[in-house]
Design a protein around this ligand. Structure first.
Ligand SMILES: Cc1ncc(COP(=O)(O)O)c(C=O)c1O
Length: 489
């Protein structure tokens, strides 16, 4: 590793140096640095973007004298986040979760999994064939949202699974609640298994002492990080970090990363990770301090709007919540008499404000690590004030509240057995009692209600129907209209 500090961007520099040479391009991509691109593509990506859309296996970029700029960029990222090794991912944190499941399956086929993990972990279970023991997160029935796992629940899950090879948890949640990852790591390690943390929403945590401690610093062994979410690489570009505890074999992870990655990684996505890493490592503390100040002012102003309340650090100490990430500005809308769905639609169509997430009771606005958050916060507050006023003036037809989701069904087959085994398509309305062959997650918030291998109950099917009637949509089913379901034969 050359003596380059965190203010270097070796991969970006290599791309720029390559395109500055104006080489004869007789390799892919076929737009040839933009020369052969449709004008719409030039308009969309820009000339510089197309010039620097350089493929892999390029001398001086990712091949040639080692460490190559690509290797240097990954090393700098590992140093920045405090990892033993870091892989750049071209298919989002989803790829990190697929990789984690495949890597763990090298050690055995039982794993303990937090039940409200993102669907990419469930897909990873389908790919790897592992049999999960699910552990329930803490639920807030009033708000209708789930928090993290408690160390006690994790301990019980691992104790009930003597041949488990790992535990997989998620922190922070969509809403900003951070679990006590240090305690979860202690529980897992004390029982001889590594802890995998889906920290998709926490790539920024490492860079500010004002934020909850990140998963790697808390002792996690493998951490999925959706760098594009709050740190701001290009959409899709993410990272997988290996912890320093030596509990997971880097060579196995390396092989599994390749198994689920394109053989043509985008230079632009990789370069965006290199640049985002520099911004976070060099300026993150200062930028986050500014953003946090702006978010604090925004939260105060929102709390003054009649009917709105902000979820915040006051929730820390509830089971499953050991810290709070303020960059998720989660707003409880119940006192407006309306729903998060209606507020989100009104604020989008009438005020041009796009929120990250909305559910029955809560809407979530996201702030990025380096954005000018004062202006963004002011815009959000004034739009919320007007939108809530409109909703109060025109409350619309009364809507029955969506009940909390019912308990999930018994796991009869592994997700892989159900997903790949003999199956049939039957009417949605007659699926109660059958074993699902596909997952269903009502969005928002996208937490799976049904997983492949679980027995379907009438209550769960009703909940999914209701959720759609309340303005949500459902992901995972092969029939987007939900008239039919795939079940095990
Ligand atoms: C907790 C969690 N994990 C993983 C993912 C997948 O991330 P990506 O979209 O980068 O693939 C998401 C996406 O929303 C998520 O919320």
């Amino acid at each position: 590793m050359p003596d380059s500090g965190q203010d270097a961007t070796p991969f970006v520099d290599a791309l720029l140096a390559y395109s500055a040479l104006d080489p004869g391009r007789f390799q892919v991509p076929g737009h040839k640095g933009g020369a052969g691109a449709d004008p719409a593509m030039v308009e969309l990506i820009g000339e510089a973007g197309l010039r620097n859309d350089i493929p892999s296996v390029t001398e001086g970029v990712d091949i040639g004298p080692e460490p190559t700029p690509f290797q240097q960029a990954q090393l700098l990222a590992a140093q920045a986040w405090g990892a033993a090794r870091t892989w750049f991912l071209m298919n989002g944190a989803s790829q990190g979760n697929h990789t984690a499941c495949l890597a763990l399956a090298h050690g055995g086929n039982r794993v303990v999994v937090q039940r409200n993990v993102h669907s990419s972990i469930i897909d990873g279970l389908v790919l790897s064939g592992m049999r999960p023991t699910f552990v329930a997160p803490e639920l807030d029935p009033e708000l209708g949202i789930a928090h993290g796992l408690t160390p006690e629940s994790l301990a019980a899950g691992i104790d009930a699974t003597p041949d488990a090879v790992a535990a997989m948890v998620v922190s922070p949640t969509y809403f900003g609640a951070c679990a006590d990852v240090a305690a979860l790591a202690e529980v897992a390690h004390g029982r001889g298994v590594p802890l995998v943390v889906d920290e998709a929403w926490g790539a920024h945590l490492h860079f500010s002492p004002q934020l909850p401690t990140d998963a790697l610093a808390s002792g996690a062994d493998l951490v999925t990080s959706s760098t594009h979410k709050i740190v701001g690489s290009l959409t899709q570009a993410a990272m997988l970090h290996l912890g320093t505890g030596g509990r997971i074999d880097a060579a196995v992870v390396d092989r599994c990363v390749s198994l689920v990655e394109t053989t043509s990684p985008s230079g632009l996505l990789t370069g965006s990770l290199d640049a985002a890493r520099r911004q976070a490592a060099v300026h993150g503390a200062e930028l986050l301090a500014e953003t946090l100040t702006a978010v604090a002012a925004t939260r105060e102003a929102i709390a003054q709007i009649p009917g709105l309340a902000v979820l915040d650090e006051a929730m820390v100490g509830q089971p499953g919540i050991a810290g709070w990430d303020p960059l998720r500005l989660s707003i409880d809308v119940r006192e407006t008499g309306s729903t998060g769905y209606r507020l989100a639609k009104t604020i989008f169509y009438s005020h041009g404000i796009d929120l990250e997430l909305y559910s029955e009771n809560v809407v979530v606005a996201i702030f990025g690590l380096g954005e000018p958050a004062v202006r963004a916060g002011e815009r959000l507050v004034s739009a919320l004030r007007e939108a809530v006023g409109e909703l109060v003036a025109e409350p619309g037809p009364p809507q029955a509240k969506l009940a909390p989701p019912p308990p999930w069904g018994e796991l009869v087959l592994t997700p892989r057995e159900a997903f790949l085994g003999p199956q049939e398509v039957i009417p949605f309305d007659s699926a109660a009692g059958r074993i699902a062959a596909e997952g269903l997650a009502a969005y928002p918030p996208g937490i799976p209600n049904v997983l492949p291998g679980e027995r379907l109950s009438a209550e769960t099917l009703d909940y999914i129907r209701e959720s759609v009637a309340h303005g949500g949509y459902v992901r995972g089913g092969s029939d987007r209209e939900l008239k039919t379901l795939r079940v095990a034969r």
